[in-house]
Design a binder for this molecule. Structure first.
Ligand code: TR5
Length: 144
């Protein structure tokens, strides 16, 4: 029972962790996030691609053999996709196009998934728009 309980607790805590992180996040805040520190090179990240507008780096807690985050270097109010306005169309397109480029760089010929988590129900935890690029294994549908 102790083993079962301990396994159950472990499983539940990791699920609860991301849900709690998402619930605790300030959906409307435009305050700096950890991603600003990565952009400014104040904290290290495993950068796989960079140009003047987009930065792509490996997720610290990968959910697939390849798990990369693509972010706009200038947030410009884009805490999440729900804040997108017409002026953001160019950067939104660039993020997706760069995801395709990085997928090719990573050798994901058999396919991949791109995800944008939005708000508490979407389990968003970092309020700086980012595209997840996941690959290297068979994905399932529907997502959890
Ligand atoms: O949950 P959402 O969609 O908001 O995704 C945020 C992602 O940022 C998660 O997949 C986290 O694992 C990832 N993350 C969080 C941190 C971090 C990171 N990826 C790379 N490097 C990171 N550092 C240095 N610090 C984080 N807190």
């Amino acid at each position: 029972i102790a083993v079962l309980t301990s396994h159950f607790t472990t499983t539940m805590s990791s699920e609860k962790e991301s849900a709690l992180a998402a619930a605790a996040a300030p959906p409307s805040a435009d305050s700096p996030t950890i991603f600003d520190k990565i952009i400014n090179k104040e904290i290290p990240a495993k950068v796989v691609y960079e140009d003047d507008k987009v930065l792509a780096f490996r997720d610290i807690a990968p959910q697939a053999p390849t798990h990369i985050l693509l972010i706009p270097k200038v947030k410009d109010g884009l805490t999440g996709l729900s804040k997108a306005e017409e002026r953001h169309c160019e950067i939104l397109g660039q993020l997706l196009y760069t995801a395709k480029l990085v997928a090719k760089l990573e050798g994901l010929e058999d396919g991949f998934r791109v995800v944008i988590n939005e708000g508490p129900n979407g389990c968003q935890s970092v309020y700086h728009l980012h595209v997840h690029l996941l690959g290297g294994r068979q994905m399932n549908w529907p997502p959890g």
